[in-house]
Design a protein around this ligand. Structure first.
Ligand code: NAD
Ligand code: TYD
Length: 379
């Protein structure tokens, strides 16, 4: 039986991964470590941590004593590190927290794994590692910087991060690789494009736009809306991580993405159209629409949303223009392919949000509104 330490599993991707793992394997044990920041919600994984194969600890990946205790008690085979500060806009406001969590936190986790997993030294002085263990770092395509109109990020693309967030993730990647090169630590990295799907915190583009449409609030589009992101359904990302953790080669980086490039404006317009369509097909959703701008059937007044709500606001500082992943390596070596087409995934996602307004209300009941006012009122 393999024992996993999954950090940051009360957040968006970590929670989806935890659900995927527990659903796929019935012979594993999972320990979740999460600091429950604004982005972490215990409610998201309440049912999962009820499972007798899953144990939850509230704590920080920067806490060495706690890590040593957990490593001692659970003898982890795999560490999958999702824990991070993940929002570029927040990193522009407060870079230092990103350095603390994403760089020093990751290094602290690597050190704890080294203390627990090293069994001795070989003749050349390299540490010897317990058989079958692996440290997996969940990283992002943003470490590569920004593309022009053409081309894709491959694993050989030089790291050239621009935001404090991406710079902190690039630093963490380099430290993970330094541990592989220097100590031969069994480690892998995945660098994925933008994810979307259930449990995405409504500060990020897609869930924020869904929430604002329902509330009849302006839809903030940074700059001219031409920035391009390469969207991947979150479960496809989880499947890629699972393949790399169980079958990847130590010291390797794998890019993960679905060739699904969309401008931000396209995303916003797609969401508007699908919410409208959903309300035609499911009259029960119409009561979720808080705006007065409804047509005679109680449907969102689509022209008004398109013309009246879309709001081009001041651009993000240092806004990367385009991200696009070339996933050839993971496809050819591990057989991974994205399974969910964007056209299906976005409908599933919107439907999920329409059905789970209680989740949205719960996760935005804290200081969400003050964050929102700070970031958007004067933008
Ligand atoms: P998220 O912000 O939704 O969740 C982060 C989780 O980490 C939260 O549960 C939070 O409580 C926890 N956390 C934060 N600081 C912690 C600390 N010091 N100790 C323990 N837990 C802590 O993030 P996400 O979107 O789920 O992203 C997860 C990982 O995937 C991140 O490493 C991110 O860089 C990476 N990633 C995200 C995307 C994306 O599109 N969201 C794409 C590629 C890679
Ligand atoms: P985001 O979801 O923050 O992800 P990332 O910055 O990691 O790619 O943003 C996705 C894109 O949407 C990015 O180009 C910024 C843009 N954006 C807006 O136009 N308006 C918004 O309110 C937000 C949150 C993002």
């Amino acid at each position: 039986m393999k024992t996993y330490l999954v950090t940051g599993a009360a957040g968006f991707i970590g929670a989806n991964y935890l659900k995927y793992l527990l659903g796929k394997y019935d012979d594993i044990r999972v320990v979740v470590l999460d600091a429950l920041t604004y982005a972490g919600n215990l409610g998201t994984i309440a049912k999962d941590i009820d499972n007798e194969r899953c144990h939850f600890f509230k704590g920080n990946i920067g806490d060495s004593e706690l890590l040593d205790r957990l490593f001692g008690e659970y003898k982890f085979d795999y560490i999958v590190n999702f824990a991070a500060e993940s929002h570029v806009d927040r990193s522009i406001e407060d870079p230092q927290l990103f350095l603390m969590t994403n760089i020093l936190g990751t290094q602290n986790l690597l050190n704890a794994a080294r203390r627990a997993w090293v069994t001795g030294k070989d003749e050349a002085g390299y540490p010897m590692w317990r058989k079958g263990v692996r440290f997996h770092q969940v990283s992002t395509d943003e470490v590569y910087g920004s593309l022009g109109e053409d081309g894709f990020f491959t694993e050989a693309t030089p790291l050239c991060p621009h935001s404090p967030y991406s710079a902190s993730k690039a630093s963490a990647d380099m430290i993970v690789m330094a541990y592989f090169d220097t100590y031969k630590m069994p480690a892998t990295i995945t660098r994925c494009s933008n994810n979307y799907g259930p449990y995405h915190f409504p500060e990020k583009l897609i869930p924020l736009i869904i929430k604002n449409i329902l509330e009849g609030k302006k839809l903030p589009v940074y700059g001219d809306g031409s920035n391009v992101r390469d969207w991947l359904y979150v479960e496809d990302h989880c499947k890629a991580i699972d393949l790399v953790v169980t079958k990847g080669i130590n010291g390797e980086v794998y890019n993960v993405g679905g060739h699904n490039e969309k401008t931000n404006l396209e995303i916003v317009k797609t969401i508007i159209a699908h919410i409208h369509q959903s309300m035609i097909e499911h009259p029960e959703y119409r009561s979720l629409l808080k705006t007065k701008e409804k047509d005679a059937d109680g449907l969102p007044a689509i022209d008004w949303i398109n013309d009246g709500l879309i709001n081009f606001v001041k651009d993000r500082l240092g806004h990367d223009q385009r991200y696009a992943i070339d996933p050839t390596k993971i496809t050819e070596t591990l057989g991974w392919e994205p399974e969910t087409r964007f056209e299906e995934g976005i409908v599933t996602t919107i439907d999920w949000y329409l059905k789970h307004q209680d989740w949205v209300n719960q996760v935005t009941s804290g200081d969400y509104q003050s964050y929102y006012d700070k970031m958007y009122l004067k933008r």
